[in-house]
Design a protein. Structure first.
Length: 236
């Protein structure tokens, strides 16, 4: 089958698919699985070599794709040379120190570790206060290890450009007692820390664990405590 060359457009890196502009101006679907391994991930503007085959549902799709040429970087405009200092000029002030840019995600990373520590403290207090048996703590340990391994496998699959599990699998692991391991995995592996939708769901799951453990620790969910609270409030 004859190969074509086209330009990669509308590339969704997080979802692993996009479209190639063909020589005749039309577009054809391409998935990450069809792109051969290279030193860099594909990005919009890459020149690709490919064949046309059958994709999902029998629709045309690009297969056996290779990155021929990445987009050329735009050259920075030449900077003008600084004016020569006059021999009669007085002492010059030292140049200002370069402004240090904050690393993106630093605040989010610290919030993840703080949230994990908060859950550990609440969990330990509940066990020491006898709010629930120690096997609940073991569930958090087992679930945390499992969640960390899920994140690690997803990170390695992303680096190797292999097929990745749906994100709901990671959310489910966080929800079912694995939130501590999930938060630590995001911090250690620097994985899933910049996608807004994923970050929002993780924050909601974290808040659910913190709220539940906090209410249990303060006795709101203890047997009879809810009824006693309302009786004390409305009949005092």
């Amino acid at each position: 089958m004859a190969r074509e060359k086209g330009i990669l457009e509308d590339w969704h890196d997080t979802r692993g698919f996009g479209f190639i502009r063909r020589p005749d101006g039309s577009k054809v679907y391409v998935h990450m699985k069809s792109i051969g391994k290279s030193t860099e991930r594909p990005k919009a503007g890459d020149k690709l070599s490919y064949e046309i085959g059958a994709g999902a549902g029998g629709r045309p799709a690009a297969i056996k794709v290779r990155i021929v040429e990445p987009p050329k970087p735009v050259a920075a405009p030449p900077q003008a040379a600084p004016p020569a200092l006059s021999q009669t000029a007085g002492p010059q002030a030292p140049p200002p120190e370069p402004r240090r840019e904050r690393q993106p995600g630093l605040r989010q990373i610290s919030m993840r570790t703080a949230a994990a520590a908060t859950i550990i403290v609440l969990l330990g207090n509940n066990i020491m206060l006898g709010r629930f048996p120690i096997w609940v703590g073991l569930l958090y340990v087992i679930g945390g290890i499992a969640a960390f391994m899920f994140y690690l496998a997803d990170k390695r699959a992303a680096e190797k450009r292999e097929w990745r599990a749906p994100e709901r699998r990671l959310h489910l692991a966080d929800l079912t007692f694995g939130i501590i391991g999930g938060l630590l995995a995001q911090h250690v592996l620097r994985h899933k820390t910049y996608k807004p939708g994923f970050v929002t769901v993780t924050a909601l799951i974290t808040a659910l664990h913190v709220l539940t453990l906090g209410l249990i620790m303060f006795g709101v969910y203890a047997p009879g405590s809810i009824g006693d609270f309302f009786r004390t409030t409305f009949h005092s």
